[in-house]
Design a protein around this ligand. Structure first.
Ligand SMILES: [Zn+2]
Length: 232
């Protein structure tokens, strides 16, 4: 089965103790909240996408643990040096009927990563793609598994008034997660950033004040961008 590549969106992610514990499962040494920058990738969901494909809820649940520990590849212009991010958490989040796989990633804050962190915070690096494979690709018209046989139905066409879509089912493997600077598909737009868990740490040390301001500024920029792309 060929690897499936899907566009995803970059969001903000706050660091709290629970998140830090998950990060430290991946880190080589124990990191403090001040030492890490975190972000979220709204990866694939159970809605029909522009390829007329949709992941099943079970596939999303199965993919989540497969992405944990994966390296996040950077757009070539950011890939010099030791700039590296890693997926430390993955969960399927539900909003109404939408179920979405959200990957939580971290990268160490250091001189070499300052540029890429600024690019993420300012919304320049805001698109990404995720690669994975599934066991089955089921035609909505005839139920044929395209992994075994190819039916005559074409995704996106209607057959007797019924739209042909392909259901991606059975998580097999998760491969790449890549951040890209130039949105290949502007219509993918931006998902408004949400703070994880909705709780701000009450005893933020002063050192984080700057970070908070930077995040708020990035959020404001993102909202501006959202308005710009909102009509699409
Ligand atoms: Zn078919």
């Amino acid at each position: 089965m060929n690897e499936i590549l899907k566009a995803a969106c970059v969001e903000k992610q706050a660091v709290n103790e629970g998140e830090l514990a998950l990060i430290n499962r991946q880190a080589l040494r124990v990191l403090s909240a001040e030492e890490v920058f975190t972000f979220r990738l709204a990866a694939c969901d159970n809605q029909v996408d522009r390829d007329f494909e949709q992941f099943t809820d079970a596939a999303l649940e199965g993919l989540a643990p497969l992405f944990v520990g994966k390296t996040v590849l950077m757009d070539h212009q950011w890939s010099a040096g030791k700039q590296t991010a890693r997926v430390y958490g993955a969960d399927v989040e539900t909003a109404g009927t939408v179920k979405r796989l959200v990957l939580r990633c971290y990268m160490p804050r250091m001189d070499q990563t300052a540029g890429i962190i600024a690019a993420i915070e300012s919304g320049i690096l805001r698109e990404c793609s995720v690669g994975c494979t599934v066991e089955r690709v089921i035609c909505s018209i005839c139920g044929a598994d395209q992994a075994k046989t190819c039916c005559r139905h074409i995704p996106g066409r209607e057959y007797d008034g019924q739209l042909c879509t392909m259901a991606l089912d059975g998580a097999k493997d998760a491969y790449e997660v890549s951040l890209v600077a130039v949105p290949a598909q502007p219509a993918a737009g931006i998902i408004k950033s949400k703070r994880y868990g909705g709780q701000d740490q009450p005893q933020d040390p002063p050192a984080q004040t700057g970070e908070k301001e930077a995040m708020e500024m990035a959020q404001a920029l993102q909202e501006q961008e959202e308005k710009r792309y909102g009509g699409i």
